[in-house]
Design a protein around this ligand. Structure first.
Ligand code: GLC
Length: 469
C-alpha cells in the first residue's frame, strides 16, 4: 500500500481560513478554534488510537469501543417471504413499519410515525414501553393484522450488551433519552412485557438491533458490496461485517459462521480518556450541557444532537470576548444551551457552498441579530470548522475500518438526518477517506430508512436462522 505524504493530507484537511479586514481580530478568532483544526499528525494519532481501541474491544479487554456482537451472521439470501414488522426507536423519528417481502425483496411497505414527548423520554421506562406497545397495536390493528402472528424486529439504537439476537441489555441511554430504571434491563423483555399487558395483537419480537445494523442490512439489498453501516444523525455510530473467528464475545452456540455484524458503538470512543488530546473547552461545555455528562465523548464531537451546540458555545465565547457581534445587544437567546440546532448549521453551511449569506442572515435573524459582513464570515467560519472536524473524525474511523475489513471493494451504507441535510459532509468524507486509506476502493451510498426497513429485514433473517438452526 502506498502511504501518501502527510503534507498532502494536511493541505486537504484544512478548511479555508477566515478573511477579515482586522487582522488581529482574525488571528484571535483563529486561535480560539485552532485546536479543532487537526494537523495530519493529529489525524494519524486519532487513527492509531481508534485501531488500538477496536482491537482491545474485540478481544474483550478494557476499551471505550464496545465492539458488540449482534449475532447476525448473514444477510438476505433471496428466500425471505411474507409480512414483517419493525419498530424503530432512538433517532429523530419513532416509527412502526410493515414490510412485505417476496424473494427477499420488499414489495410493499406501510409506515407510521409517532411522536414521543419529552416526558416519556426522561421518565420511568414503563410508561415509555407501554407507549411503544400502544403504537405497535395502533398500527397493527389499523392494518387489520391483529390476529396474525407477526415477527417484529426492534431497532433500539442505544448501546446494548447482546446475549443473543433477541436479548439486548441496555448499557446506558444516549441522545435525548434517559429513563434510568431501564439501564441493565433487556429492552426486548421490556417491550414483550408491555405488549403482553395489552394482549391485543399477536406480535412476536424476534430480534433486537441497532440502527447501524439495519442500515447495513438495508444497504446490502441496494449494493452487495455493503460491509459497513453508518449512522450520522441525532447520534453517530457504525457497524461492519467482521470475520467470525476474530470475535471472542459469542454467547450462543456457534454453527460455523464465517462472519458476523459487529456494532462498534463509536459514540463512546474516548470515554476512557484516550481522546483527551483533542478535547477543547468548547467540548467540555457542550458535554456539561448534555443530558448525560461524561459519556459518549466522540458522539458529542460529531452527531446532530450536538454539532449545533458546539457551534453555539464557540459563538457565545467569541461574543463574550468582544470578537463577534460587536455593538449588537448581547443576543441573550444565543447564550441559551440548545438554542442553535444542527439543522441551522447545515443551513449556514449551504451559504459557504454557494458563496452567499442569505441563510446565515436568516438564522441569525431568528436570534434577533442583524450581522455585519465580518459577523457573517465569522459565523460561517465557525460552522465550517466544527462541521469539518466532524467529517474528518468520521472519515478517520471509516478509513481504519476499510483497512480492517480488507476487501477489494467496500460499500458504506449511510443513513441519518445529519448526513442527509448537511451539504458538505459527504464530499469531505469521500476526499478524506481516500487519503486516509489510500488504495482502498469504497463507495458511500444512502440507505434511506435503513434503521426502519433494516429491522424488518433482520426479523426475516432471524426467522430463517431460527428455522434452520
Ligand atoms: C448512539 C447509540 C447507538 C446508535 C447511534 C446512532 O450512539 O448509542 O447505538 O447507533 O446513537 O443512532
Amino acid at each position: 500500500m502506498v502511504v501518501p505524504p502527510d503534507h498532502k493530507l494536511h493541505e486537504v484537511i484544512q478548511v479555508s481560513g477566515l478573511i477579515l479586514s482586522d487582522d488581529i481580530r482574525r488571528q484571535k478568532i483563529e486561535n480560539h478554534v485552532a485546536k479543532m483544526r487537526f494537523s495530519a499528525a493529529t489525524a494519524r494519532k486519532i487513527q492509531d488510537v481508534f485501531i488500538s481501541e477496536m482491537n482491545k474491544g474485540i478481544h474483550q479487554q478494557p476499551s471505550s469501543l464496545q465492539m458488540e456482537n449482534t449475532y447476525i451472521p448473514e444477510l438476505l439470501d433471496g428466500t425471505e417471504e411474507g409480512l414483517y414488522l419493525a419498530l424503530d426507536l432512538g433517532g429523530t423519528n419513532f416509527r412502526v413499519l410493515l414490510l412485505e417481502l417476496a424473494h427477499g425483496a420488499p414489495v410493499r411497505q406501510e409506515v407510521k410515525r409517532y411522536y414521543i414527548g419529552s416526558e416519556l423520554r426522561v421518565g420511568s421506562a414503563i410508561p415509555l414501553f407501554d407507549y411503544l406497545a400502544e403504537c405497535v397495536s395502533d398500527f397493527v390493528i389499523a392494518q387489520g393484522l391483529q390476529d396474525i402472528e407477526l415477527p417484529l424486529g426492534f431497532t433500539f439504537s442505544f448501546p446494548m450488551v447482546q446475549h443473543s439476537l433477541d436479548v439486548g441489555i441496555l448499557v446506558t441511554w444516549t441522545k435525548s433519552f434517559n429513563c434510568p430504571d431501564a439501564v441493565n434491563k433487556d429492552a426486548v423483555r421490556l417491550l414483550r412485557e408491555a405488549l403482553d399487558r395489552r394482549d391485543d395483537t399477536k406480535v412476536k419480537v424476534v430480534a433486537v438491533l441497532n440502527d447501524t445494523t439495519g442500515t447495513l442490512v438495508q444497504g446490502s439489498t441496494l449494493d452487495h458490496n455493503t460491509a459497513i453501516g453508518l449512522i450520522l444523525g441525532t447520534g453517530s455510530n457504525a457497524c461492519y461485517l467482521e470475520r467470525a473467528d476474530r470475535v471472542e464475545h459469542w454467547e450462543t452456540e456457534r454453527h460455523g459462521e464465517r462472519q458476523v455484524i459487529i456494532d462498534i458503538e463509536w459514540g463512546a470512543f474516548g470515554d476512557n480518556g484516550v481522546l483527551d488530546f483533542i478535547k477543547t473547552d468548547f467540548d467540555r461545555e457542550n458535554d456539561a450541557n448534555s443530558l448525560i455528562v461524561n459519556s459518549f465523548t466522540f458522539e458529542k464531537y460529531i452527531a446532530g444532537k450536538y454539532l449545533g451546540e458546539v457551534v453555539r458555545v464557540i459563538l457565545a465565547r467569541l461574543t463574550k470576548e468582544g470578537l463577534l457581534f460587536v455593538g449588537e445587544n448581547a443576543p441573550q437567546s444565543l447564550l441559551t444551551p440548545g438554542s442553535l440546532t444542527t439543522d441551522l448549521v447545515s443551513h449556514i453551511e449551504q451559504d459557504s457552498v454557494d458563496g452567499g449569506d442569505g441563510n446565515t442572515k436568516e438564522v441569525l435573524g431568528k436570534f434577533g441579530i442583524v450581522p455585519d459582513q465580518d459577523d457573517i464570515r465569522i459565523v460561517q467560519y465557525v460552522c465550517a470548522v466544527a462541521s469539518n472536524r466532524a467529517a474528518l473524525l468520521v472519515s478517520i474511523c471509516l478509513a481504519s475500518l476499510l483497512d480492517r475489513i480488507d476487501r477489494e471493494q467496500v460499500t458504506i451504507a449511510v443513513d441519518g438526518s445529519l448526513y442527509k441535510h448537511h451539504p458538505r459532509l459527504e464530499g469531505w468524507m469521500t476526499k478524506y477517506i481516500s487519503l486516509l486509506a489510500p488504495g482502498r476502493k469504497f463507495k458511500l451510498i444512502h440507505a434511506e430508512d435503513g434503521s426502519g426497513k433494516g429491522a424488518a429485514l433482520v426479523s426475516a433473517i432471524a426467522q430463517r436462522l431460527q428455522k434452520r438452526l
